[in-house]
Ligand binder design. Structure first.
Ligand code: KIV
Length: 275
C-alpha cells in the first residue's frame, strides 16, 4: 500500500539535475505558516540552524540541538507540499563520527519525513558525506563561511578575500561533490571564488553572499523580509515587515486602551445570516 498525494515533492535528484540549468530558488523557513507561503515559489526550503539566532535570539548557531531541528522541521513539513525540505544537522550532532552523523540524519529523516539533510564542512566532512549518501541519506554540503565554526573563526566575515586561500575552498567544494553531496551551499566568499567553485564542481552550488553565477541562491527568510534587526551586508531586503508589525501592534494597543477594539459582538454580528 502506498500513500498517494496529488502534488509530488521535489527530490534531491531533481535538484542535482538542475546543475547549469534553471536557477534553484531556496529560502529558509522554520514554521508551518511561512513554509506554506514559501512553498508556492521556492524549490528548496531549508530548515536552517539559523533558527537559533532568528527565532531564539541566540548569539550563534552553536547551542541549537537536534530536537529543536526536528520540531521545526516537522512544522515546515506540515506547511509545505511541493518544495524539497532540507534540515540542518546542528553543531555536535555529526562531527564526532560517521556513525553519529548517520544516527542524527536518520532521526531527522524518520521523524520529520523531510528529503535531505545539510551539514557544514568541506574536505574534513567528505568521509562522513560518503558514508551517509551510500546509506540513503541525501546530503547538501555547506562550504565557505561555516557559521557553526564561529568559535574557531572568530567572526562571521567573508572568506577567500585573499586569492592565496582559494585552493583550500576549491578543494573543499570538490571533496564534497566527489563524496556524493547532491548540492553545496557556498556562503560568504569573494565573488570570483564563488564563480570559480561553480565552474569547478559537477553539482549545483547554492550561493548566499557568494556569486550571481551560482546555480541557485538562498536567503534567510526573516532577513529578506526585514524582520531581523541586523542582517549581513549582502542581504537584499525584499520587504520591511518589522516596521509594519510594530505599527499594527501599536494600533491594536491604542484600540484596546481606548475601548475601540472590535469585540466578539462585532464579529458575530457580521457573521449572522441574513433573514
Ligand atoms: O542555517 C541557515 O539558515 C543556513 C543558511 C544561511 C544557508 O545555513
Amino acid at each position: 500500500m502506498s500513500a498517494q498525494t496529488d502534488i509530488r515533492r521535489l527530490t534531491a535528484p531533481d535538484i542535482r539535475a538542475r546543475k547549469g540549468g534553471e536557477p534553484i530558488v531556496m529560502l529558509t523557513s522554520y514554521h508551518a505558516h511561512t513554509a506554506r507561503l514559501v512553498d508556492q515559489h521556492a524549490d528548496v526550503i531549508l530548515v536552517g540552524d539559523s533558527l537559533g539566532m532568528v527565532m531564539h535570539g541566540m548569539e550563534s548557531t552553536v547551542p541549537v540541538t537536534l530536537d529543536m531541528m526536528i520540531l521545526q522541521g516537522l512544522a515546515v513539513m506540515r506547511g509545505s507540499k511541493r518544495a524539497l525540505v532540507v534540515i540542518d544537522l546542528p553543531f555536535g550532532a555529526y562531527e564526532e563520527s560517521r556513525e553519529q552523523a548517520f544516527r542524527s540524519a536518520a532521526r531527522i529523516l524518520k521523524e520529520t519525513g523531510c528529503g535531505a539533510v545539510k551539514l557544514e564542512g568541506g574536505a574534513r566532512m567528505a568521509d562522513t558525506i560518503r558514508f551517509l549518501t551510500e546509506r540513503g541519506v541525501p546530503v547538501m554540503a555547506h562550504v565557505g563561511l561555516t557559521p557553526q565554526s564561529i568559535n574557531a573563526l572568530g567572526s562571521f566575515k567573508a572568506q577567500g578575500r585573499d586569492r592565496a586561500d582559494w585552493p583550500v575552498f576549491l578543494a573543499d567544494a570538490k571533496a564534497v561533490a566527489d563524496a556524493g553531496a547532491f548540492s553545496v551551499v557556498v556562503e560568504a566568499v569573494a565573488e570570483p571564488l564563488g564563480r570559480e567553485i561553480t565552474q569547478a564542481v559537477a553539482i549545483p552550488t547554492i550561493g548566499i553572499g557568494a556569486s550571481v553565477a551560482c546555480d541557485g541562491q538562498v536567503l534567510v527568510l526573516e532577513d529578506m523580509l526585514g524582520l531581523t534587526p541586523w542582517s549581513p551586508k549582502f542581504v537584499k531586503r525584499y520587504g520591511e515587515l518589522g516596521p509594519h508589525i510594530a505599527k499594527a501592534v501599536e494600533t491594536y494597543a491604542q484600540e484596546v486602551r481606548s475601548r475601540a477594539f472590535p469585540g466578539p459582538e462585532h464579529t458575530y454580528a457580521e457573521k449572522k445570516p441574513a433573514k
